[in-house]
Design a binder for this molecule. Structure first.
Ligand code: COA
Ligand code: MG
Length: 286
């Protein structure tokens, strides 16, 4: 299988889907029973939708990339909660096939990579309620470097300040999610620099992160999504144990790092259900 085939970016706008509680049974029927409680444990429909679509995306994407029916998919979680697929990825030529999901506000998205780690994080640009923007962002000040904080507080209007804050936050979260540590302490260790949110670079504990790539995209007018891609050797211990290829020769390193970042494809709930129907009967490639 070619490495590019493991590189996917899918997004669903769940505000376009307005199900009643019984409407969830059909999509739930595609998921293994042990996943059902992670959807039904939520009381609010919005939370149920996010958890459900997250899992629908995971199973549909894994089936599509690995070309296996739903019945053969085993998605497990590390002790830190990061999902991974338990499968012979090496045999398929996608040695570190890995994915990450994020949901916030109206969007649920998934990204996958064949060799490098991928992390993503969606942030909805919610306006703080009952406090000013300045009060809200100050609560998180310790997670930012002085350079980042200067850029945030000098971004312009108070709304510009909020957006700048949310974009940095999304990148930091995407990095923590890529390595899979789940640790809040990692957030302040990474410092991002950007030019109009392109050419994003970063340092971790003062060292340039040359083996990483970063992107930030707007989703509609009120959300952003960060995608980060990094060297598998940076993975947290338990996540690293799920990977097959940690060391590369020089040529491989450049080839893998510079695999293009594909655009997000927006899927409707109907398209996602269709993908799962094909995946159930093993016709995912037809
Ligand atoms: N590493 C990477 N991904 C993880 C993960 C981990 N340790 N644990 C769970 N995930 C995945 C899951 O797929 C999850 O979705 P699912 O349960 O529907 O399958 C998805 O990430 C959730 O991501 P997102 O929607 O962006 O939620 P979040 O931003 O609230 O949470 C975590 C991201 C899971 C990494 C978060 O719980 C965490 O530990 N963050 C560390 C920093 C932190 O504490 N931030 C909050 C400060 S207020
Ligand atoms: Mg998040």
């Amino acid at each position: 299988m070619r490495m590019e085939e493991g590189v996917r970016r899918w997004v669903v706008d769940i505000s376009k889907w307005d199900p009643q509680p019984p409407d969830l049974s059909f999509p739930l029927s595609f998921l293994p029973s042990h996943e059902h409680s992670s959807v039904t444990r939520f009381v609010k429909m919005e939370d149920r939708k996010r958890a459900l679509v997250s899992r629908m995306l995971q199973y549909a994407l894994v089936s599509d990339v690995l070309r296996i029916p739903l019945s053969e998919i085993s998605i497990k979680r590390t002790p830190e909660g990061k999902p991974y697929v338990d499968y012979d990825k090496l045999g398929l030529g996608l040695p570190n096939f890995n994915f990450n999901v994020s949901h916030h506000g109206d969007y649920v998205a998934i990204a996958s990579e064949s060799v490098y780690l991928v992390g993503l994080d969606i942030v909805s640009y919610d306006i703080p309620q009952g406090e000013t923007i300045t009060e809200f962002i100050h609560f998180f000040a310790s997670y930012f470097s002085s350079l980042e904080w200067d850029n945030i507080v000098n971004a312009g209007t108070s709304y510009d300040v909020l957006i700048e804050f949310y974009r940095y936050w999304s990148l930091k979260e995407a990095y923590v999610k890529a390595i899979g540590s789940g640790l809040t302490e990692e957030l302040h260790k990474v410092e991002f620099t950007h030019t109009c949110w392109t050419n994003i670079t970063a340092k971790v504990e003062g060292m340039p992160m040359a083996e990483w790539r970063f992107w930030l995209f707007e989703l509609g007018e009120r959300h952003c999504v960060s995608v980060v891609k990094g060297h598998p050797r940076s993975a947290a211990m338990n996540y690293k144990a799920t990977l097959n290829k940690i060391d590369f020769i020089e040529d491989e390193y450049h080839q893998f790092l510079n695999l293009p970042n594909v655009d997000f494809v927006e899927l409707s709930i109907e398209q996602l259900l269709l993908a799962l129907q094909k995946a159930r009967v093993g016709k995912h490639r037809s």
